[in-house]
Design a protein around this ligand. Structure first.
Ligand code: NCD
Length: 318
């Protein structure tokens, strides 16, 4: 793909959404456009081709009211790689929200200082609240236990890259399915493909509230591991559990080791949105199934694709 071809692609018009608040904003066409663009950026990076600076003159605001390493850095790195710039609130508590300003007002105000916002906040619905008065596109980078749609896009990128398809797959999702926002977004996005079968593996107290109709539910990973094409593991969301007693009861529900993967298909891929705590023994990292570090590294290409495709014509200010 040459620079010319890149530049001739129309940016904003190909997506059906303006704000990305949840995975159900994304149509199958949107998804394919984002993953295809991410694949181009990935190929460019691999071959050392220069990335077209299509966000030159644009500013991304990252507003983070919760901890983050991958999401914030990969968003910021993505914008910088596209020639844009970044203003960042790393500790949202240091903002005027602390003084009582509403998220809606914050959205309106930041709209004057940036061209796109990525926001993470502990409350479900916070990204939508911020978007309600924003004059520029808003991306939900995680709202409480609700959604994390850009993580799901990243996850689907790795599944498509490594398995060659998104349909006709048996996908095991293990860990904290109740409070894990990445899981909710992942299930919605994979739901665009009717032949995906889900196997939901967790301690009964951490099962999904509303599992998809075609899901198998179990608390025993050993019983199902041999059926899976993808195993997606998540951390127990300690910060969202009601109390420490509840956490103690579930925190070590399982730890995957090389032995626990012996019965898996040879081409099964093991994913995790990271950070991991006790769910995957570091001895697993050297196995061919382990894809979580690649998954995290590829996030930058997916976020580049999103920023490129979501950018709007330059605003006119009074
Ligand atoms: C996830 C999150 O923030 O929901 N992290 C991430 O963005 N990769 C998963 C987690 O924190 O467990």
């Amino acid at each position: 793909m040459s620079t010319l071809e890149h530049n001739s692609e129309n940016a904003a018009e190909s997506l059906s959404f303006r704000h990305l608040l949840g995975a159900d904003d994304v149509s199958r066409n949107d998804l394919e456009a984002i993953l295809d663009r991410a694949a181009q950026y990935h190929a460019d990076a691999r071959s050392g081709r220069p990335i077209p600076a299509i966000c030159t003159g644009r500013i991304l605001a990252t507003l983070f009211f919760e901890p983050s390493t991958r999401t914030r850095f990969s968003f910021e790195s993505a914008m910088l790689r596209l020639g844009g710039r970044v203003v960042s609130l790393e500790q949202g508590e240091a903002s005027s929200v602390k003084k009582g300003e509403s998220l809606a007002d914050t959205g309106r105000i930041v709209s004057a200082y940036a061209d796109l916002i990525a926001v993470r906040h502990p409350q479900a619905g916070s990204a939508a609240a911020l978007a309600s008065q924003a004059l520029i596109p808003v991306i939900n980078a995680g709202d409480g236990a609700n959604e994390h749609p850009t993580q799901a896009l990243t996850d689907l990128y790795t599944i498509r890259h490594d398995k060659g398809r998104l349909n006709a797959l048996t996908v095991g999702i293990a860990g904290d399915l109740k409070y894990g926002r990445t899981v909710r977004s992942l299930v919605t996005l994979l739901g665009l493909y009717p032949d995906v079968r889900f196997v939901l593996i967790s301690h009964p107290s951490l099962q999904m509230d509303a599992p998809p109709a075609n899901a198998t539910i179990t608390d025993n990973i050993a019983d199902v591991i041999g059926d899976l094409d993808v195993l997606y593991v998540t951390r127990v969301q300690k910060e969202r559990l009601k109390d420490a007693v509840e956490y103690e009861a579930v925190k070590n529900a399982f730890t995957l080791t090389p032995a626990s993967l012996e019965k898996s298909k040879k081409d099964m891929i093991l994913m995790h949105p990271l950070p991991r705590v006790n769910e995957i023994d570091p001895a697993v990292d050297a196995l061919p199934q382990a894809r979580y570090f690649e998954q995290a590294a590829r996030a930058v290409f997916v976020r580049m694709a999103l920023l490129a495709l979501m950018q709007e014509p330059a605003p006119v200010t009074d």
